[in-house]
Design a protein around this ligand. Sequence first.
Ligand code: GLU
Length: 365
Amino acid sequence: MQSFSFKRAVLKVGSALISPDGQGCSGEYVLPIAKFISDSRKQGKEIILVSSGSVAAGRSQVKSRQRPTVAEKQAMASIGQTQMMANWARFFDFSCAQMLITIDDLNDRRRYINFKNTLNALLSNQALPIINENDTIAVDEIKVGDNDNLAAHVALATQADTLIICSDVDGLFTANPRIDSSAKLISYVENIDEHTLSLAGDAGSSLGTGGMVTKLQAAQKCTKSGVQTMIVSGLKASAFTHLANEQCPGTLFAATSKASSARRHWLTHTIKVKGQIIIDEGAYNALLNKGASLLAVGITQVCGQFTNNDAVEICFEGKAIAKGISAYSAQELGQILGLGSKEIESTLGFHYGEEVVHRDNLVSM
Ligand code: GLU
Protein backbone atom coordinates (compact mmCIF):
# COMPACT_ATOMS: atom_id res chain seq x y z
CA MET A 1 0.00 0.00 0.00
CA GLN A 2 1.17 3.50 -0.78
CA SER A 3 1.63 5.97 2.05
CA PHE A 4 0.38 9.50 1.74
CA SER A 5 -0.47 12.42 3.96
CA PHE A 6 -3.06 15.14 3.69
CA LYS A 7 -4.25 18.32 5.34
CA ARG A 8 -7.40 19.09 3.36
CA ALA A 9 -9.17 16.34 1.45
CA VAL A 10 -12.27 16.24 -0.70
CA LEU A 11 -14.00 12.93 -0.08
CA LYS A 12 -16.37 11.81 -2.83
CA VAL A 13 -18.94 9.21 -1.86
CA GLY A 14 -20.90 7.51 -4.65
CA SER A 15 -24.61 6.64 -4.79
CA ALA A 16 -23.94 2.91 -4.40
CA LEU A 17 -22.68 3.60 -0.88
CA ILE A 18 -25.52 5.91 0.16
CA SER A 19 -28.38 3.95 -1.29
CA PRO A 20 -27.04 0.44 -1.99
CA ASP A 21 -30.39 -1.03 -3.01
CA GLY A 22 -31.84 2.16 -4.52
CA GLN A 23 -34.56 2.20 -1.84
CA GLY A 24 -33.83 5.22 0.33
CA CYS A 25 -30.67 5.78 2.36
CA SER A 26 -28.68 3.28 4.35
CA GLY A 27 -26.12 3.76 7.11
CA GLU A 28 -24.26 0.54 6.38
CA TYR A 29 -21.41 1.99 4.30
CA VAL A 30 -21.78 5.52 5.59
CA LEU A 31 -20.89 4.62 9.19
CA PRO A 32 -17.17 3.75 8.67
CA ILE A 33 -16.81 6.74 6.32
CA ALA A 34 -18.33 9.00 8.98
CA LYS A 35 -15.92 7.63 11.56
CA PHE A 36 -13.00 8.37 9.24
CA ILE A 37 -14.29 11.93 8.79
CA SER A 38 -14.67 12.48 12.55
CA ASP A 39 -11.26 10.98 13.34
CA SER A 40 -9.52 13.02 10.63
CA ARG A 41 -11.07 16.21 11.96
CA LYS A 42 -9.90 15.34 15.47
CA GLN A 43 -6.37 15.15 14.05
CA GLY A 44 -6.78 18.70 12.73
CA LYS A 45 -7.35 17.67 9.12
CA GLU A 46 -10.06 19.21 6.98
CA ILE A 47 -12.61 17.17 5.07
CA ILE A 48 -15.01 18.42 2.44
CA LEU A 49 -17.59 15.87 1.45
CA VAL A 50 -19.04 15.51 -2.05
CA SER A 51 -21.95 13.15 -1.68
CA SER A 52 -24.05 11.57 -4.41
CA GLY A 53 -27.20 9.66 -3.74
CA SER A 54 -30.03 12.16 -3.99
CA VAL A 55 -31.60 10.59 -7.07
CA ALA A 56 -31.09 7.05 -5.77
CA ALA A 57 -32.49 7.95 -2.34
CA GLY A 58 -35.61 9.62 -3.75
CA ARG A 59 -36.24 7.17 -6.59
CA SER A 60 -38.87 5.04 -4.90
CA GLN A 61 -40.90 8.06 -3.86
CA VAL A 62 -41.66 9.39 -7.33
CA LYS A 63 -43.94 7.49 -9.68
CA SER A 64 -42.31 7.08 -13.05
CA ARG A 65 -41.95 4.75 -15.99
CA GLN A 66 -38.80 2.73 -16.25
CA ARG A 67 -37.02 5.71 -17.79
CA PRO A 68 -38.03 8.73 -15.67
CA THR A 69 -38.46 12.13 -17.34
CA VAL A 70 -36.05 14.95 -16.46
CA ALA A 71 -38.67 16.49 -14.16
CA GLU A 72 -39.26 13.18 -12.42
CA LYS A 73 -35.53 12.70 -11.87
CA GLN A 74 -35.31 16.22 -10.50
CA ALA A 75 -38.20 15.48 -8.17
CA MET A 76 -36.35 12.35 -6.98
CA ALA A 77 -33.26 14.44 -6.34
CA SER A 78 -35.31 17.02 -4.48
CA ILE A 79 -36.83 14.41 -2.15
CA GLY A 80 -33.65 12.34 -1.86
CA GLN A 81 -31.29 15.25 -1.13
CA THR A 82 -32.81 15.99 2.28
CA GLN A 83 -32.77 12.30 3.13
CA MET A 84 -29.15 11.96 2.07
CA MET A 85 -28.21 14.97 4.24
CA ALA A 86 -30.12 13.52 7.20
CA ASN A 87 -28.41 10.19 6.67
CA TRP A 88 -25.02 11.90 7.13
CA ALA A 89 -26.11 14.19 9.93
CA ARG A 90 -27.15 11.36 12.25
CA PHE A 91 -23.51 10.21 12.52
CA PHE A 92 -21.99 13.55 13.55
CA ASP A 93 -22.12 15.78 16.56
CA PHE A 94 -21.07 18.81 14.52
CA SER A 95 -23.12 20.67 11.90
CA CYS A 96 -23.52 19.38 8.38
CA ALA A 97 -23.77 22.15 5.80
CA GLN A 98 -25.44 21.58 2.45
CA MET A 99 -23.99 23.22 -0.66
CA LEU A 100 -25.68 22.59 -4.00
CA ILE A 101 -23.78 23.84 -7.00
CA THR A 102 -23.58 23.57 -10.79
CA ILE A 103 -20.58 24.01 -13.07
CA ASP A 104 -21.90 27.49 -13.89
CA ASP A 105 -21.31 28.51 -10.29
CA LEU A 106 -17.62 27.64 -10.54
CA ASN A 107 -17.13 29.21 -13.96
CA ASP A 108 -18.58 32.53 -12.84
CA ARG A 109 -15.83 34.30 -10.92
CA ARG A 110 -18.08 36.03 -8.44
CA ARG A 111 -20.00 32.88 -7.57
CA TYR A 112 -16.77 30.89 -7.51
CA ILE A 113 -15.29 33.24 -4.94
CA ASN A 114 -18.51 33.31 -2.95
CA PHE A 115 -18.49 29.53 -2.95
CA LYS A 116 -14.92 29.49 -1.65
CA ASN A 117 -15.61 32.12 0.99
CA THR A 118 -18.67 30.26 2.26
CA LEU A 119 -16.77 27.01 2.32
CA ASN A 120 -13.89 28.53 4.27
CA ALA A 121 -16.35 30.09 6.72
CA LEU A 122 -17.97 26.68 7.21
CA LEU A 123 -14.62 25.01 7.83
CA SER A 124 -13.50 27.63 10.27
CA ASN A 125 -16.78 27.12 12.15
CA GLN A 126 -16.19 23.36 12.36
CA ALA A 127 -19.10 22.53 10.07
CA LEU A 128 -18.81 19.71 7.55
CA PRO A 129 -19.54 20.96 4.02
CA ILE A 130 -21.55 18.38 2.06
CA ILE A 131 -21.66 19.24 -1.62
CA ASN A 132 -23.78 17.81 -4.42
CA GLU A 133 -24.73 18.98 -7.87
CA ASN A 134 -27.90 21.07 -7.78
CA ASP A 135 -29.81 18.32 -9.53
CA THR A 136 -33.23 19.86 -8.95
CA ILE A 137 -32.58 22.75 -11.32
CA ALA A 138 -29.52 21.76 -13.33
CA VAL A 139 -30.21 20.55 -16.84
CA ASP A 140 -27.56 18.87 -18.94
CA GLU A 141 -26.10 22.07 -20.42
CA ILE A 142 -25.10 23.49 -17.06
CA LYS A 143 -24.31 20.22 -15.34
CA VAL A 144 -20.98 18.67 -14.55
CA GLY A 145 -23.05 15.51 -14.86
CA ASP A 146 -21.13 13.22 -12.58
CA ASN A 147 -19.87 13.70 -9.07
CA ASP A 148 -16.34 12.41 -9.79
CA ASN A 149 -15.69 15.44 -11.99
CA LEU A 150 -17.69 17.69 -9.65
CA ALA A 151 -15.47 16.55 -6.77
CA ALA A 152 -12.38 17.33 -8.85
CA HIS A 153 -13.67 20.87 -9.51
CA VAL A 154 -14.37 21.26 -5.80
CA ALA A 155 -10.88 20.00 -4.87
CA LEU A 156 -9.28 22.53 -7.21
CA ALA A 157 -11.52 25.41 -6.17
CA THR A 158 -10.96 24.76 -2.48
CA GLN A 159 -7.20 24.15 -2.84
CA ALA A 160 -7.48 20.73 -1.26
CA ASP A 161 -4.28 18.67 -1.40
CA THR A 162 -6.11 15.35 -1.83
CA LEU A 163 -9.17 13.91 -3.56
CA ILE A 164 -10.43 10.56 -2.29
CA ILE A 165 -13.03 8.88 -4.49
CA CYS A 166 -14.95 6.23 -2.54
CA SER A 167 -16.50 3.84 -4.96
CA ASP A 168 -17.81 0.29 -5.25
CA VAL A 169 -14.57 -0.91 -6.86
CA ASP A 170 -11.19 -1.35 -5.14
CA GLY A 171 -9.35 0.96 -7.51
CA LEU A 172 -7.92 0.84 -11.03
CA PHE A 173 -7.12 -2.65 -12.31
CA THR A 174 -4.94 -3.97 -15.12
CA ALA A 175 -8.15 -5.36 -16.67
CA ASN A 176 -11.84 -5.45 -15.79
CA PRO A 177 -11.85 -7.46 -12.53
CA ARG A 178 -15.50 -8.41 -13.01
CA ILE A 179 -14.73 -10.45 -16.10
CA ASP A 180 -11.00 -11.16 -15.87
CA SER A 181 -9.83 -13.08 -12.80
CA SER A 182 -6.17 -12.32 -13.56
CA ALA A 183 -6.83 -8.55 -13.23
CA LYS A 184 -4.52 -6.92 -10.69
CA LEU A 185 -5.05 -3.79 -8.64
CA ILE A 186 -2.68 -0.97 -9.61
CA SER A 187 -1.68 0.64 -6.33
CA TYR A 188 0.29 3.59 -7.68
CA VAL A 189 0.09 5.66 -10.85
CA GLU A 190 2.85 8.20 -11.24
CA ASN A 191 1.53 9.76 -14.40
CA ILE A 192 -1.83 9.27 -16.12
CA ASP A 193 -0.95 8.47 -19.74
CA GLU A 194 -2.72 6.92 -22.74
CA HIS A 195 -2.13 3.45 -21.34
CA THR A 196 -3.73 4.36 -17.99
CA LEU A 197 -6.73 5.85 -19.77
CA SER A 198 -7.11 2.74 -21.92
CA LEU A 199 -7.55 0.66 -18.74
CA ALA A 200 -10.87 2.40 -18.06
CA GLY A 201 -12.32 1.15 -21.33
CA ASP A 202 -14.42 3.46 -23.52
CA ALA A 203 -17.57 5.21 -22.37
CA GLY A 204 -19.71 2.31 -23.58
CA SER A 205 -17.99 -0.21 -21.35
CA SER A 206 -17.33 2.12 -18.46
CA LEU A 207 -20.13 0.68 -16.37
CA GLY A 208 -18.36 -2.67 -16.38
CA THR A 209 -15.37 -1.18 -14.61
CA GLY A 210 -17.43 0.83 -12.17
CA GLY A 211 -17.54 4.12 -14.05
CA MET A 212 -13.78 4.30 -14.25
CA VAL A 213 -13.82 6.84 -17.10
CA THR A 214 -15.12 9.72 -14.99
CA LYS A 215 -12.84 8.72 -12.09
CA LEU A 216 -9.80 8.93 -14.32
CA GLN A 217 -10.98 12.25 -15.74
CA ALA A 218 -11.24 13.53 -12.17
CA ALA A 219 -7.80 12.13 -11.28
CA GLN A 220 -6.32 13.71 -14.39
CA LYS A 221 -7.79 17.16 -13.63
CA CYS A 222 -6.55 17.01 -10.06
CA THR A 223 -3.10 15.49 -10.39
CA LYS A 224 -1.96 17.91 -13.06
CA SER A 225 -2.95 20.76 -10.75
CA GLY A 226 -1.12 19.37 -7.75
CA VAL A 227 -3.89 17.39 -6.03
CA GLN A 228 -3.11 13.72 -5.30
CA THR A 229 -6.10 11.49 -6.03
CA MET A 230 -7.18 8.11 -4.72
CA ILE A 231 -9.79 5.60 -5.76
CA VAL A 232 -10.78 3.30 -2.90
CA SER A 233 -13.60 0.89 -2.16
CA GLY A 234 -16.22 2.37 0.13
CA LEU A 235 -17.78 -1.06 0.50
CA LYS A 236 -14.99 -2.15 2.83
CA ALA A 237 -14.81 -0.64 6.29
CA SER A 238 -11.12 -1.65 6.44
CA ALA A 239 -10.37 0.83 3.62
CA PHE A 240 -11.07 3.67 6.05
CA THR A 241 -8.86 2.22 8.76
CA HIS A 242 -6.04 2.19 6.21
CA LEU A 243 -6.82 5.74 5.07
CA ALA A 244 -6.81 6.89 8.70
CA ASN A 245 -3.30 5.39 8.95
CA GLU A 246 -2.31 7.29 5.80
CA GLN A 247 -2.09 4.15 3.70
CA CYS A 248 -3.97 4.01 0.41
CA PRO A 249 -5.85 0.69 0.09
CA GLY A 250 -6.76 1.34 -3.56
CA THR A 251 -5.06 3.28 -6.34
CA LEU A 252 -3.05 6.41 -5.59
CA PHE A 253 -2.47 8.84 -8.46
CA ALA A 254 0.47 11.08 -7.65
CA ALA A 255 0.26 14.84 -8.09
CA THR A 256 2.35 15.78 -11.10
CA SER A 257 2.77 19.49 -10.41
CA LYS A 258 2.89 21.78 -7.42
CA ALA A 259 -0.46 23.06 -6.19
CA SER A 260 0.66 26.64 -6.03
CA SER A 261 1.51 26.73 -9.71
CA ALA A 262 -2.08 25.97 -10.72
CA ARG A 263 -3.40 28.65 -8.42
CA ARG A 264 -0.75 31.12 -9.58
CA HIS A 265 -1.68 30.34 -13.13
CA TRP A 266 -5.34 31.09 -12.48
CA LEU A 267 -4.62 34.34 -10.71
CA THR A 268 -1.91 35.45 -13.10
CA HIS A 269 -3.47 34.50 -16.42
CA THR A 270 -7.20 33.94 -16.10
CA ILE A 271 -8.65 36.93 -14.39
CA LYS A 272 -8.74 40.39 -15.99
CA VAL A 273 -7.63 43.43 -14.02
CA LYS A 274 -10.33 46.09 -13.51
CA GLY A 275 -8.37 48.71 -11.59
CA GLN A 276 -5.36 49.66 -9.49
CA ILE A 277 -4.74 50.02 -5.77
CA ILE A 278 -1.78 52.21 -4.86
CA ILE A 279 -0.07 51.29 -1.59
CA ASP A 280 2.44 52.85 0.78
CA GLU A 281 5.88 51.55 1.72
CA GLY A 282 4.68 49.78 4.88
CA ALA A 283 2.14 47.74 2.89
CA TYR A 284 4.74 47.09 0.18
CA ASN A 285 7.11 45.57 2.74
CA ALA A 286 4.36 43.58 4.43
CA LEU A 287 3.18 42.17 1.10
CA LEU A 288 6.51 41.34 -0.44
CA ASN A 289 8.65 40.44 2.54
CA LYS A 290 6.20 39.11 5.10
CA GLY A 291 3.64 37.37 2.89
CA ALA A 292 0.88 39.43 4.51
CA SER A 293 -2.56 40.37 3.20
CA LEU A 294 -3.28 43.90 2.02
CA LEU A 295 -5.13 45.99 4.60
CA ALA A 296 -6.97 49.26 4.09
CA VAL A 297 -4.47 51.16 6.22
CA GLY A 298 -1.71 50.69 3.61
CA ILE A 299 -3.75 52.00 0.66
CA THR A 300 -3.13 55.55 -0.53
CA GLN A 301 -5.14 55.72 -3.74
CA VAL A 302 -7.58 53.73 -5.86
CA CYS A 303 -7.93 53.94 -9.66
CA GLY A 304 -10.54 52.50 -12.00
CA GLN A 305 -14.07 51.23 -11.50
CA PHE A 306 -14.21 47.80 -9.93
CA THR A 307 -16.65 45.98 -7.74
CA ASN A 308 -15.85 43.61 -4.91
CA ASN A 309 -14.26 40.32 -6.00
CA ASP A 310 -12.79 41.95 -9.15
CA ALA A 311 -9.10 41.56 -9.89
CA VAL A 312 -6.86 44.58 -9.35
CA GLU A 313 -3.22 45.50 -9.73
CA ILE A 314 -1.43 46.56 -6.60
CA CYS A 315 1.04 49.33 -7.39
CA PHE A 316 3.93 50.91 -5.53
CA GLU A 317 6.01 53.83 -6.85
CA GLY A 318 4.41 53.62 -10.28
CA LYS A 319 4.96 49.90 -10.76
CA ALA A 320 2.49 47.02 -10.54
CA ILE A 321 4.02 44.74 -7.94
CA ALA A 322 1.17 42.27 -7.41
CA LYS A 323 -2.21 41.21 -8.66
CA GLY A 324 -5.09 40.07 -6.51
CA ILE A 325 -8.80 39.99 -5.87
CA SER A 326 -10.23 42.91 -3.95
CA ALA A 327 -12.82 42.13 -1.31
CA TYR A 328 -14.07 45.73 -1.60
CA SER A 329 -15.24 47.85 -4.56
CA ALA A 330 -13.32 50.92 -5.75
CA GLN A 331 -16.02 53.13 -4.29
CA GLU A 332 -15.87 51.39 -0.89
CA LEU A 333 -12.07 51.55 -0.88
CA GLY A 334 -12.33 55.28 -1.59
CA GLN A 335 -14.06 55.60 1.79
CA ILE A 336 -11.86 53.27 3.85
CA LEU A 337 -8.36 53.78 2.44
CA GLY A 338 -5.86 54.67 5.13
CA LEU A 339 -8.21 53.50 7.88
CA GLY A 340 -7.52 50.81 10.48
CA SER A 341 -9.39 47.53 10.01
CA LYS A 342 -11.63 48.24 13.00
CA GLU A 343 -12.95 51.40 11.35
CA ILE A 344 -14.24 49.63 8.23
CA GLU A 345 -17.60 48.66 9.65
CA SER A 346 -18.34 52.02 11.26
CA THR A 347 -17.47 53.79 8.00
CA LEU A 348 -19.30 51.55 5.52
CA GLY A 349 -21.98 50.14 7.81
CA PHE A 350 -20.81 46.61 6.95
CA HIS A 351 -17.58 44.77 6.29
CA TYR A 352 -16.28 41.87 4.21
CA GLY A 353 -13.39 41.13 6.55
CA GLU A 354 -10.26 43.08 7.43
CA GLU A 355 -8.23 41.99 4.41
CA VAL A 356 -8.79 44.13 1.33
CA VAL A 357 -6.81 41.57 -0.69
CA HIS A 358 -6.33 38.31 1.20
CA ARG A 359 -2.90 36.79 0.67
CA ASP A 360 -4.54 33.61 -0.70
CA ASN A 361 -5.97 35.79 -3.48
CA LEU A 362 -2.70 37.51 -4.30
CA VAL A 363 0.27 36.88 -6.60
CA SER A 364 3.34 39.06 -6.81
CA MET A 365 4.57 40.07 -10.26
N1 GLU B 1 -25.76 14.19 -8.25
C1 GLU B 1 -26.24 12.85 -8.43
C2 GLU B 1 -27.06 12.40 -7.23
O1 GLU B 1 -26.91 12.93 -6.15
C3 GLU B 1 -25.12 11.85 -8.57
C4 GLU B 1 -24.21 12.00 -9.72
C5 GLU B 1 -23.04 11.01 -9.62
O2 GLU B 1 -22.98 10.24 -8.69
O3 GLU B 1 -22.16 11.03 -10.45
O4 GLU B 1 -27.84 11.50 -7.34
